[in-house]
Design a binder for this molecule. Sequence first.
Ligand code: PLP
Length: 227
Amino acid sequence: MAFPGLAERLADVRARIAAAAARGGHGQQVTIVAVTKTHGPEAARAAYEAGLHDVGENKVQEALKKMAAVEVPVRWHLIGHLQRNKVKALEQFVLLHSLDSPRLADAVSEFGIVRGRAMDVLIELNLSGEASKGGYTLSDLLPEAERLVSLSGIRVRGVMTMASFSATESQLHRTFAEAREGREELIAAGHPAGELSMGMSNDYEIAVEEGATLVRVGTTLFGARDK
Ligand SMILES: *Cc1c(COP(=O)(O)O)cnc(C)c1O
């Protein structure tokens, strides 16, 4: 078997999510997105066999190659930066988590209009202030939320954020609570923005306490990546 122990690790993650959701009291359903980046197609197959039907990849080229080798019907999520000249690849994904600029929003909307079906997207928020990470600041969000209402080729389903690796527990709580507030701004602007994609292997319990509906976990399910 490709990933021995996956079923046990998944059971542990599910139990931790349930406990964190109960502590947080937001009453949300939580979907696990199994992040298979750097692993081969066997990771997506193993995820599916274990009952995880949502799989995340951060690079388009790698994802497309893997998809061609995966015969089980997982839902693919794009969780990394997308270049505007690759928007057509979105045809293969159910959700873009990382809408990180107005120009990308325009390009994705154009794609949705051309194919005749709006693309589901999450707005990536950069709340850690790290220049190396993409995304909108909270102050950019409101004007953009209002502008995005007029883009008929995208459907804004919520927000995504990544916390800083060096954040303390209280900083993590603050960052994830800010993301939740960002989602409220989107809802107030009229978007069907119920989703909160936040939490990775090292911080998903805190994210769930703060209301995460999608957690993106790789290492804790599949072990350390070697690249
Ligand atoms: C790699 C990655 C993850 C998963 O990280 P782990 O620490 O392995 O759980 C989540 N989100 C994004 C955007 C990633 O690139």
